[in-house]
Design a protein around this ligand. Structure first.
Ligand SMILES: [Zn+2]
Length: 286
């Protein structure tokens, strides 16, 4: 299964640049299908209100449930105080499988990391040319899998790429996607030094062509089993860890709520709902 692990969908509201204006999913999906991409991780464009934006993401996922997987976008400062409840809503209501934070807006705080860890989600972080934050975050939260977007820089900063290559080797919990990386040899270096299991194919669609971004991975000429990791296997593995940990989290939560729910109608129905959802996912991922 080929998975694009980095794509935006929906409308932004600032309207000062493509990444905060519009990310139409349909043209992306046509391109992705033609390129042989089976599933895509989507999250909002840059937005002034991520509660609204995540709701929009959920509606888009609901339109294409077999092709799209949602991540919750969060602003570490603006959403301070409600990070946990925003993630809780995204996981329980919409079955989202990860969190995206953009360093241009605010770097992840402890509140973000604690919540991400509680739900066992991967944290996709655009460090925005400041990869040094990974040297703070990764050792503080060794049980969070950090996926560094764009190998550290959308803006073609080779120093950031070089530092992220080093971090991929140094930290077992640091991964990177390849979206929009222009300097091909840094991707070569990342795979050679850190191994194919640390790299995820991402496109930064719909603004970048998913076929072109996927072709970059094919040009690495990796052995088939390594290429399969980069083009989907790693994404599945990182999101599966979520499933296992979330199952535990849900079970713990349910045990805590058990005395109360004995007196409540409908608690059994919601428990069944969760179970059905999970079985469907497992089937879906094959
Ligand atoms: Zn992006």
């Amino acid at each position: 299964m080929v998975i694009d692990s980095h794509c935006h969908a929906g409308q932004g509201d600032y309207m000062t640049a493509p990444w905060n204006t519009n990310a139409p999913i349909e043209p992306y999906l046509r391109r992705a299908k033609a390129a042989g991409i089976d599933k895509t991780v989507i999250f909002a464009p840059i937005h002034s209100d991520y509660s609204k934006a995540n709701e929009q993401t959920a509606k888009i996922v609901a339109r294409y449930p077999t092709r799209l997987i949602g991540f919750a976008f969060l602003h570490a400062k603006r959403d301070a105080g409600r990070i946990h409840s925003m993630i809780d809503r995204a996981v329980r209501l919409w079955n989202f499988r990860g969190v995206k934070v953009h360093g241009h807006e605010a770097m992840p705080t402890r509140e973000v990391c604690e919540a991400v860890r509680a739900f066992g989600l991967p944290l996709l972080l655009d460090v925005a040319d400041r990869p040094e934050v990974i040297d703070m975050l990764a050792p503080q939260y060794p049980d969070i899998n950090f996926i560094v977007a764009h190998l550290g820089s959308f803006a073609d900063d080779w120093r950031a790429h070089q530092r992220v290559c080093d971090q991929l080797v140094r930290y077992p919990n640091v991964y990177s996607d390849t979206a929009a990386v222009q300097r091909f040899d840094y991707i070569v270096q990342a795979v050679k030094r850190a191994g194919a299991r640390k790299i995820l194919m991402g496109s930064d669609g719909p603004w970048l062509h998913p076929g072109l971004e996927l072709h970059k991975i094919r040009l690495l000429r990796l052995p088939p089993e390594e290429q399969a990791l980069v083009t989907g296997g790693n994404a599945v593995r990182l999101m599966r860890k979520v499933q296992a940990e979330r199952t535990t989290a849900v079970a713990v939560q349910r045990r805590r709520e058990a005395p109360r729910s004995l007196h409540r109608n409908g608690s059994r129905a919601s428990a069944n709902g969760v179970g059905r959802h999970r079985a469907h996912d497992a089937e879906d991922e094959g």
